[in-house]
Design a protein around this ligand. Structure first.
Ligand code: ZN
Length: 120
């Protein structure tokens, strides 16, 4: 932690340690700690990007298959669990994937958890 008597300061942008008595700006990235408005803008932008990244990561963990398909830029259908035909679509996918041999134990557990009596 830096105090007023500490001759070293850590650049908030690049993390470089430098003598604030002899350097007004960071010698590595030229960040000017005197420029408060620049400072506040950079912190606000960095915080906003970090929040958006965290939200995207949360969604990616919740829906990994959707992200995989979006990355491939393939057309795909979305069937919400509360649609009356959800179970028909899910069963069709299950039968097809089982015939292909690509239906995993993990898929079967997920299918069972969603389709057992009263789950949907
Ligand atoms: Zn710097």
């Amino acid at each position: 932690m830096s105090t007023n008597s500490d001759p070293m300061v850590k650049c908030p942008i690049c993390g470089f340690l430098y003598y604030h008595y002899t350097n007004i700006v960071c010698p590595r990235c030229n960040f000017d700690k005197q420029d408060i408005s620049q400072n506040e803008s950079l912190y606000a932008i960095t915080a906003t990007i970090a929040q958006k990244d965290a939200e995207i990561e949360r969604l990616r963990e919740a829906h990994p298959r959707a992200f995989k398909l979006m990355k491939k830029e393939k057309f795909f259908l979305v069937v919400a669990i509360d649609e009356p035909y959800f179970i028909n679509v899910y069963d069709t996918i299950r039968a097809h994937e089982k015939a292909k041999g690509t239906w995993t134990k993990k898929d079967e557990i997920a299918w069972f958890e969603l389709t057992r009596d009263g789950a949907i």
